[in-house]
Unconditional design. Structure first.
Lengths: 813, 290
């Protein structure tokens, strides 16, 4: 950088000549901030006007609509009768296209030619030399076409013969993974509370019919046709009875089912699901409540169970033979998944006229045997076998490749491989895709205009249907209303409840159909995309402020956050000020302040997880008088032998959380204040001392006014940090206990960021990213407003006056 | 720790001495309270999960259990200390350096130069200071995906360069401690602007920089939220992510977890003990003596 011209003239002229350097100093900050913070922030603003997981004709978030439709829409479902006439493309061409995407998906998930796997195959000792040489050739050339059909046959034969227990287990795991990811990705489930309530009612209403079937089976004569059913009843009744045979299996099962007819919250019972599933499978019953239960569970219970497991994130590694299968945790988790009905791996066999669990086959039995027999796996063999499986899938899909490559146009352009990418960027490249489509000659047949026409037609059909349904519902409304009013008049709670539910079905129906008429979903509803962004304008914001329930939840959480922040910040600042003034007090001349500062700051070094565990143990309450928790011991010393349950009362829990935050951050605040006090000129303190000022006077008249900018800094930083409070309340019982805000039940220590996190990435099946982003924007606005007020109240009045003077023309130094 | 050569103007009266003793007791108690959780964490590394959950342990457990916990930790597929340490070290050091140096640069630029957009730039920094970082995480992740940076260290390092909070702190510090006369003097001596900044003004900012460096280092070392979204492969993970891999809502081995937590916090304590000396020295190094 050139040396600035050093003029020894007036300060004013120097300022002008140097001022441009300011830009050089600040430009890196602004560039990085623009790229890494501002752009994401604005895209978040964009997300706040969208909804994810709902379908609508207008959607947002995909760069290319056409590629999206091609990839996710199965037109064959839409036009099964006259496909070619309606779509303008032969079914075969369409199949080719779908095959291309299927192949791309396999490649996206697992690279069929990944080098480590291929090396594992090359490292096998018991495959033929020619196959080995062939794989070596691939490894040196990296050209998939050198792999011959003979090699593939040899490899497949090898992997078929090499099937030790670990391979059997490994081969079963992809099913588990797909079952889990289905539940995780399920966006089809409507988590609307009213819909779920309706669903619960439907399930409860079906149970009497189910019980009737069981009663009929109980009295029926045992024949060859119903033998399996009776055995199934025995098996499941025993299973429900902790493995002991109950006196009468039928009565035991019937009474089990009868407990579910009244209380909808009891339905969240995995045994109910697995038992019904088993009975259904063995034709003991025909009433199927499992599908509705599955929907109910997918919306909550199952996701919670899956999230609570410890090996789920590593399942892929187990399936790819990257991790040792001798893992009790894996067995436990798979058992849990099986018990919850998420996967179904139990195999039942008949033995001595009874159904028993097959201990020789099935995933769990195999895994158990593997662990018990302490089977030593050959990791290279396992890895190679898994790789052969991948390779085989790829080769099977070569059929699709073959069709593609036979098309003259594609061939002339270098074959389908030109459009594929095995490593590096694995997402669908839209331009590449469109290029491919135009080469195939289907781009002008299957284009966006075509899709839009389809969409328009489908939407108009939907509107017609919705209008008819709406008319139907509206017809029912007066009757339902009258029935409800009559029920209220009788005063019987059960009647009112039934009538209310009937009325709710009608009103929900009217609302749904009205929404369908307003925004029909069109063909997007048929797509299988796992996530969709739908433009909804300001709906999210509107719902925050007009939906009383949502308003109370959002602002109740905000209220919790502000309360807990205030409860920690005020004492924190006071203590930090006190400590800072002590440690910098000339007259006290404290020794060892360095060590003390270092120690007091230590809590900030700890991760929130450790702190949460520590304080949880410190305050934990137990009815057992021997409870070792420190806080309870102290209470006992002071004459409260029962102790006090800090986690059960909203205010006590809030105080505990505020205390933890106070404890974590007062050292931090103190250090900042000390840095501020240290920057105040020493001579100021000295002259004050000479003038005989006391410590208190020095503190009030000199220290406090001089460190006002730094205090403002701690206040603003703490406010921003406080409004974003997340980890401690999250780790200390996830927002419990329940409390009330304006009559709505909320979690009394749930913070606003926990709410955002729950909506966007929480355990619910539908992730409301749009709503979460909208709440974030509201939070942002509130934070800005609060900080603005603080700045205004604490503004430097002196500086402001000087600035005004300067503007008037005076050159103030 | 400030000027130690000042004349003794007052003799220590009895009341002052009593006050001093009281202050020592209070500060000592607070210091004890501050390190107690560390003690708790370290001694719990020598207990089995069962004993950790059953009671509040206040005395060290057995060496045998400690060895067992460390053994089970090193055998855990989600935990590799060497890799985690290397990743955490690279990310925290690079991010801290960028954050502190460029924040000083920015704050200095705004404080010293009277350029046209100066007030607008400062106002902008003040406003973005209030943007909660977690708010824009969805947008951030999407952008990192499109830039193909997922799974690399860059999304955790580069954004640290633009730290509005640090800029604000250093600017506040400069307001009360940097005299523009020094810069004038430097210019008269013919120094270029960046030389003035690096060699003359940066040393003056040391107390503020050391304070911010500690905050930034700790925050980056313990950061969990962003790395958990950006990094997924074991060889990329930072220590907190690896420790989190030991948790499970149902069958967590707390002995193992405490051993992992202790190991992962040790490097931070070392860095901290090293940097905190800087603060104390830096504060007494002071700035312009009038």
């Amino acid at each position: 950088m050139a040396i600035g011209t050093t003029k020894k003239s007036s300060g004013r002229r120097r300022n002008i000549s140097y001022s441009r350097y300011g830009y050089f100093f600040i430009i890196p900050f602004f560039i990085v901030y623009l790229i890494f913070s501002l752009t994401p922030l604005f895209s978040t603003f964009g997300y706040s006007t969208t909804n994810m997981g709902e379908t609508n004709s207008k959607f947002y978030g995909f760069s290319d609509t056409e590629a999206y439709y091609d990839q996710y829409l199965n037109l064959k479902d839409l036009y099964s009768s006259n496909f070619e006439g309606d779509v303008g493309i032969t079914p075969k061409e369409y199949s080719n296209m779908k095959a291309y995407f299927a192949l791309q998906k396999i490649i996206t998930n697992q690279d069929p030619f990944n080098e480590e796997g291929m090396k594992a195959i090359a490292g096998l000792t018991d495959i033929s030399d020619s196959a080995k040489a062939n794989i070596q050739e691939y490894l040196s050339t990296k050209d998939p076409s050198v792999i011959t059909a003979d090699t593939m046959t040899a490899l497949k034969t090898y992997s078929d013969t090499y099937k030790p227990l670990d391979i059997v287990v490994t081969n079963d795991l992809p099913k588990v993974i797909s079952a889990i990811s289905d539940i995780k990705n399920s966006s089809a489930v409507d988590t609307d509370a009213e819909t779920l309530a309706t669903l619960s009612t439907t399930i409860m209403d079906q149970i009497p019919a189910l019980v009737d079937e069981l009663t009929a089976l109980k009295t029926a004569e045992v024949t060859d046709t119903n033998k399996a059913a009776v055995m199934a009843v025995d098996y499941y009744a025993t299973k429900l009875n902790d493995g002991k045979a109950p006196g009468n299996s039928f009565d035991s099962l019937i009474s089990f089912y009868n407990t579910f007819t009244t209380d909808s919250s009891a339905l969240h019972n995995y045994s109910l699901y697995t038992t019904s599933q088993g009975l259904l499978k063995n034709q003991a019953i025909t009433v199927d409540i499992t599908k509705d239960l599955a929907t109910l569970f997918t919306a909550g219970d199952w996701t919670t169970t899956i999230n609570s497991l410890s090996t789920v994130p590593t399942l892929n590694k187990f399936a790819n033979a990257e991790l040792d299968l001798h893992n009790d945790q894996l067995l436990k988790d798979l058992t849990t998944l099986n018990d919850a009905g998420i996967i179904n791996v139990d195999i039942l066999v008949e033995k001595d006229g009874k159904l028993v669990l097959d201990t020789q086959n099935g995933l769990l039995s195999n895994l158990n045997n593997l662990i018990v027999t302490n089977f030593q796996p050959d990791l290279n063999k396992s890895h190679a076998t898994a790789q052969i499986r991948r390779l085989s899938i790829y080769v099977n899909d070569m059929t699709a490749r073959g069709i593609m490559n036979n098309l003259d146009a594609v061939k002339a352009n270098g074959g389908i491989d030109k459009y594929m990418n095995f490593s590096g960027d694995r997402t669908v490249n839209v331009n590449k895709y469109l290029d491919y489509k135009s080469v195939l000659g289907i781009a002008d047949k299957l284009n966006l205009a075509k899709y839009n026409a389809l969409d328009a037609k489908r939407r108009s059909d939907e509107v017609t249907q919705a209008k008819a349904d709406l008319a139907d519902y509206e017809k029912q409304l007066p009757d339902a209303q009258a029935a409800y009013d009559a029920a209220v008049a009788t005063g019987d709670a059960k009647t009112i409840n039934t009538a209310n539910e009937a009325l709710a079905t009608v009103t929900v129906g009217i609302r749904t159909e009205n929404a369908n008429i307003k925004t029909p979903s069109g063909i997007l509803q048929l797509s299988a995309a796992s996530e969709k962004y739908v433009f909804v304008g300001l709906e999210n914001y509107k719902s925050i402020f007009t939906d009383t329930n949502r308003f109370n939840k959002v602002f109740g959480d905000l209220w919790n956050t502000v309360l807990m922040w205030l409860m920690n910040y005020v004492p924190q600042l006071l203590l930090a000020l006190l400590l800072a003034s002590w440690m910098t007090d000339n007259r006290l001349k404290m020794k060892g302040t360095g060590a003390m500062k270092a120690l007091i700051y230590m809590p900030s070094l700890m991760t929130a997880a450790t702190i949460a565990i520590f304080f949880y143990r410190t305050f934990q309450w137990s009815s057992n008088p021997e409870s070792k928790a420190m806080a309870q011991q102290i209470l006992r010393i002071f004459g409260h032998p029962e102790g006090y349950n800090f986690f059960a009362k909203p205010w006590a829990k809030r105080t505990v959380i505020a205390f933890i935050n106070f404890w974590m951050w007062y050292g931090n605040t103190m250090i900042i204040l000390i840095a501020g006090i240290s920057s105040v000129s020493v001579s100021l303190f000295e002259s004050a001392q000479i003038d005989g000022a006391t410590s208190g006077q020095v503190f009030r008249k000199i220290t406090l006014p001089m460190i006002r900018p730094i205090m403002l800094y701690t206040l603003v930083i703490s406010l921003i940090g406080g409004l974003q409070m997340y980890d401690i309340p999250k780790l200390m019982g996830n927002g419990e206990p329940a409390g009330f805000f304006r009559g709505t039940k909320i979690k009394s220590t749930e913070t606003i960021l926990m709410y955002i996190q729950n909506q966007a990435f929480g355990p619910s099946a539908v992730h409301q990213v749009g709503l979460a982003a909208a709440v974030s924007v509201v939070l942002f606005v509130i934070t800005c407003a609060c900080s603005g007020v603080i700045f205004y109240l604490m503004r430097d009045k002196e500086a402001g006056r000087m600035k005004k003077l300067a503007k008037r023309g005076g050159d103030v130094k | 720790m400030r000027n130690r050569n000042e004349p003794k103007l007052t003799s220590l009266s009895a009341s002052l001495r009593a006050r001093t003793v009281m202050i020592y007791v209070v500060v000592g108690l607070l210091a004890l309270l501050s390190i107690f959780p560390f003690y708790y964490m370290f001694i719990n590394s020598s207990y089995s999960s069962y004993h950790i959950l059953k009671q509040m342990n206040l005395l060290p457990g057995t060496i045998k259990q400690l060895v067992m916990n460390i053994k089970s930790l090193s055998g855990h597929p989600e935990f590799n200390f060497a890799i985690g340490f290397e990743n955490s070290l690279i990310i925290s050091t690079a991010a801290t350096f960028l954050s502190v140096y460029f924040s000083a640069l920015t704050a200095y630029g705004i404080k010293v130069y009277q350029f046209k957009l100066r007030n607008a730039a400062f106002l902008f920094i003040m406003v973005v200071l209030m943007v909660p970082a977690q708010v824009s995480i969805t947008g951030f992740v999407t952008e990192m995906m499109s830039m193909n940076l997922i799974g690399t260290k860059w999304p955790l390092i580069i954004p640290a360069l633009a730290a509005p909070g640090t800029v604000f702190f250093i600017k506040q510090y400069l307001d009360s401690s940097l005299s523009l006369d020094i810069i004038e003097a430097s210019r008269i001596d013919g120094a270029n602007e960046f030389y003035t900044f690096n060699r003359i003004c940066l040393p003056i900012m040391v107390p503020a920089l050391a304070t911010m460096a500690i905050f930034s280092y700790v925050a980056n070392w313990n950061n969990f939220f962003t790395p958990s979204i950006i990094l997924s492969r074991l060889q990329d993970k930072t220590l907190p992510l690896m420790v989190y891999g030991l948790y499970s809502d149902r069958f967590t081995d707390y002995g193992q977890v405490f051993a992992g937590l202790s190991i992962s916090v040790l490097p931070l304590i070392v860095v901290y003990l090293f940097l905190q000396r800087f603060i104390i020295q830096g504060v007494s190094a002071g700035s312009v003596k009038e």
